[in-house]
Write a protein of this length. Structure first.
Length: 68
């Protein structure tokens, strides 16, 4: 992990998918998500998701929506 990573897993540089909840859509295919380390910006261009949805994120990209 890079120097900015503070938790056990980082949604930007992790080699595994991390479950996070979308808190806000930012436009241009980006969203703000809750992580253990605090809010982070990720791409949601590949999934149909919105605020309140839980997604799996790998390398800063949401790759799947977790069914509720």
């Amino acid at each position: 992990m890079s120097g900015h990573c503070t938790g056990e897993a980082c949604v930007t540089c992790s080699d595994a998918a991390v479950r996070v909840r979308i808190t806000e859509l930012l436009g241009d295919g980006l969203a703000l998500v809750d992580t253990a380390a605090g809010p982070e910006q990720v791409s949601v261009a590949l999934v149909d998701a919105g605020p309140g949805d839980t997604v799996l994120v790998h390398a800063g990209e949401a790759i799947a929506v977790v069914p509720s």
